[in-house]
Ligand binder design. Structure first.
Ligand SMILES: Cc1cc2nc3c(=O)[nH]c(=O)nc-3n(C[C@H](O)[C@H](O)[C@H](O)COP(=O)(O)OP(=O)(O)OC[C@H]3O[C@@H](n4cnc5c(N)ncnc54)[C@H](O)[C@@H]3O)c2cc1C
Length: 473
């Protein structure tokens, strides 16, 4: 076997000075995860310029038995892109592969490198009068490759699905350096398994995505954001069904938050104000867009929908955004929930899903149960009710320090939340992936047959375990 020194020499010759560094000042920002929970170390940071270079690099890694951690924007929430602390893993950044090579306006699709940043993809699609219908808070950092590897969700899943449903074709470098190239989408193709699915949501454990062909949709012509006050989560679920019946697929997002979340956000953002007056136990934020349908009539349709929802007793009060500025202001309240919670002290966060129809009952059962079992904590759930996915946060009792919390009760509470979610037929990771954060919990709670299948696929594609060891399975 080749020595590590020989590997480094050959990798430098292959990638050049721009493509390989061991300078701690340059590697340090990329060896800690976005939340600052995992700190790693790396042998070197490789930034191949193209797919062929990465293929050749992976062959060198195979010869020298070097393990590899793929990385995009490092905005992931589960420590999936953070190398271990051993300092022997090669961090492979895809950020240089950021070319948007083709937008086919007629076919409504784009082909681009894995390193394209989400907000750049948005801008490119917009310039072609189209839209890439997936967005999330980390859009200034998250890359196409990372979004694919984590099967990211966001706020438009209700209508357009997660990343999985937007990927039409993929190019992937395999563990041994072979290149799987299937960028050209076929509407019908029955030659066995849908191979691209082996890499979507696989968190870089089965191959390294280098390019993708993605679905685009017509640009938004008009949008309305509704803010509604509700008496219960059950009413929120009924309101969603009502909106889908009256507004059809113009409903793009349906988010919920409890009164306490809104109060915390208003404390955190002194210049913000509540969209509607009075106390409401729950709030819903609903995004309605007109693209090919409803143009010119979306406001009227929303007003009719709210009038009938009020008549049915589904809502207590509601308002519609009067303009883009107000629509953004409503979303700002939603997007400020996490920083507002963080500012109040330590919490333990869970990104969970249960069957959509069971979500209201789950939250109303789980929240008081946890508060009883862990006195002094407060549980709150907010997020994508329309997808059966909420962020379930348990906030530490007042005065508890982060060190005491994370080193003590937080882990027990997480295990309890995951147990409950599993009992309800749900998932311990709805959109953020498993990474290193939830790997042990997946092993503890997953159906043994499902776990066996995950491990079998991983072993078939990466028999030496070179790709992102210690993550997912
Ligand atoms: C403020 C904020 C809000 C967010 N909101 C959401 C949200 O609403 N919904 C949501 O789903 N996520 C959300 N995220 C999480 C994050 O943006 C996504 O997980 C994103 O998909 C990660 O992309 P990345 O390029 O940063 O990947 P990284 O963090 O670099 O990597 C994530 C995982 O993908 C692997 N990977 C990266 N690139 C490749 C590649 N080319 N080939 C193979 N494997 C690869 C890594 O090894 C790692 O396992 C949010 C993040 C932030 C910071």
């Amino acid at each position: 076997m080749k020595s590590t020194d020989t590997f480094l020499e050959q990798a430098l010759a292959l990638l050049g000075e721009r493509g390989l560094t061991r300078d701690p000042d340059l590697t340090a920002p990329w060896t800690t995860d976005w939340r600052g929970r995992f700190e790693g170390n790396c042998l070197a940071l490789a930034s191949p310029a193209d797919t062929a270079q990465l293929g050749a690099l992976m062959k060198l890694c195979e010869e020298a038995a070097i393990n590899v951690v793929p990385q995009g924007g490092n905005s992931g929430m589960s420590g999936g892109a953070t190398p271990s602390a051993c300092g022997e893993q090669l961090l492979v950044s895809l950020r240089r592969m950021n070319e948007i090579s083709e937008i086919d306006v007629e076919a409504q699709r784009v082909t681009c490198g894995a390193g394209v940043v989400l907000q750049d993809l948005h801008a490119a699609a917009e310039a072609a009068d189209l839209r890439f219908p997936l967005t999330l808070g980390g859009k200034g950092s998250a890359t196409v490759g990372g979004l694919i590897a984590t099967n990211a969700g966001g706020t438009q899943v209700l209508r357009h699905g997660p990343m999985r449903s937007l990927v039409l074709g993929l190019e992937v470098v395999l563990a041994d350096g072979q290149i799987y190239s299937a960028l050209t989408p076929l509407r019908k193709d029955n030659r066995g398994f849908d191979l691209k699915q082996l890499f979507i949501g696989a968190e870089g454990t089965t191959g390294i995505v280098t390019a993708a062909t993605l679905r685009l949709v017509p640009a938004v012509r008009e949008r309305i954001v509704i803010w509604a006050g509700l008496h219960s989560l059950g009413a929120a679920r009924q309101l969603l069904l009502h909106c889908e019946a009256t507004l059809e697929n113009a409903v793009e997002g349906f988010e919920v938050l409890p009164a306490s979340c809104l109060e915390h956000v208003l404390d955190y953002l002194p210049d913000a104000r509540a969209p509607i007056a009075g106390h409401h136990r729950w709030h819903a934020l609903i995004e309605v867009v007109a693209d090919t349908t409803f143009t010119g009539e979306v406001r009227e349709r929303c007003e009719d929908t709210l009038a009938s929802a009020l008549a049915k007793g589904l809502i207590e009060d509601a308002t519609l955004s009067a303009n883009e500025g107000q629509a953004e202001a409503f979303w700002r309240l939603r997007e400020s929930i996490s920083p507002a919670e963080r500012a109040r002290g330590p919490a333990v966060q869970h990104d969970i899903s249960v069957p959509v129809e069971a979500m209201p009952r789950f939250i109303e059962t789980a929240s008081p149960l946890l508060e009883r079992e862990f006195p002094g904590t407060s549980a709150l759930a907010f997020g994508h009710l329309g997808d059966g996915n909420v962020h379930f946060h348990v906030i530490a009792p007042p005065g508890v320090t982060p060190a005491a919390w994370y080193g003590g009760a937080a882990k027990t509470i997480s295990a309890r939340v995951h147990d409950l979610v599993t009992q309800w037929g749900g998932s311990i990771s709805a959109e953020h992936g498993i990474g290193q954060l939830k790997r042990d919990e997946l092993a503890r709670l997953a159906d043994p047959v499902a776990l066996h299948l995950l491990r079998t696929v991983k072993a078939a594609l990466d028999p030496q375990g070179r790709l992102n060891p210690g993550k997912l399975v």
